[in-house]
Design a protein around this ligand. Structure first.
Ligand code: CUA
Length: 254
């Protein structure tokens, strides 16, 4: 069953992905049963109330209570899926990773039509940003006067993460509503101008040779189709090397 579904789903490489895929599969099975069940019932009703046997139209139709009981049964199953599976999964997902789990925190700022990724750098603190400083060469509006931002790392459409470490993404948008979608991480969250929304996930394996996408899942303008980035999940050593390569040279002290 799992292999069967895996053929039709993107690679799942996140800690919470299996849970979400199970719920998705259960909902699809319910929908499949409903489709077949109501389809058969429809055919039965067409036959049962055919004109040759019912020269005079019956305004009461089916007298059996079976369809009513079925509907009640469906409501119960849907309530179980919602209350027993979906809400608990959701409440786990919106819970920030515990501080002891050493989460990595990054900012992702969407714009027409790119993903700006902001790393706090070795000091672990994001430099101050100010929307009035945003320009073509300073896409995030980093304040050059703030020393904490001197070691910050920016990348465009490239999200690099270490494996097996919880990720906190602080998501926002510079212009319109976008949707930050990482199919392999089973993450999809709207990026809304004026709001900062946090999303959490943990990559559980590296991407290896696979190309993992950042997709924009909300129609956001003419360039929506090309608002695409890539996610690279590194081993811890590779990630440290990547950070080292991309960190700006230390500012002269003085
Ligand atoms: Cu951004 Cu679609």
């Amino acid at each position: 069953m799992r292999e069967f579904l895996a053929r039709y789903m993107p690679t799942d490489a996140s800690a919470h992905g299996q849970n979400l895929d199970t719920i998705s599969a259960l909902v699809h099975w319910l929908m499949f049963i409903l489709l077949v069940g109501w389809g058969l019932y429809f055919i039965f009703v067409l036959w049962r109330f055919r004109a040759s046997r019912n020269p005079k139209a019956s305004y009461h139709g089916v007298k059996s209570k079976i369809s009513t009981y079925s509907e009640a049964g469906i409501v119960v199953v849907e309530a179980i899926l919602l209350i027993g599976f979906s809400i608990p999964a959701w409440s786990r997902w919106v819970e920030p990773p515990p501080a002891g789990s050493n989460p990595i925190e990054i900012r992702v700022v969407a714009e027409q039509f790119a993903w700006n990724v902001h790393y706090p750098g070795p000091d672990g603190v994001f430099g101050r940003v100010d929307s009035s400083l945003v320009s073509a060469t300073n896409p995030l509006g980093l304040d050059p006067a703030d020393r904490k931002g001197a070691d910050d790392i920016l990348s465009i459409n490239q999200l690099h993460l270490p494996v097996n470490r919880p990720v906190i993404v602080r998501l926002s948008s510079k212009d319109v509503i976008h949707s930050f979608a990482l199919p392999t991480m089973r993450v999809k969250q709207d990026a809304i101008p004026g709001m900062e929304i946090q999303v959490y996930f943990t990559p559980v394996r590296t991407n290896g040779e696979e190309r993992w996408e950042i997709a924009c899942a909300q129609l956001c303008g003419l360039g929506h189709y090309r608002m695409r980035g890539f996610l690279t999940v590194h081993t811890e050593e590779e990630f440290a090397a990547w950070l080292g390569e991309n960190a700006p040279a230390p500012a002269p002290v003085g």
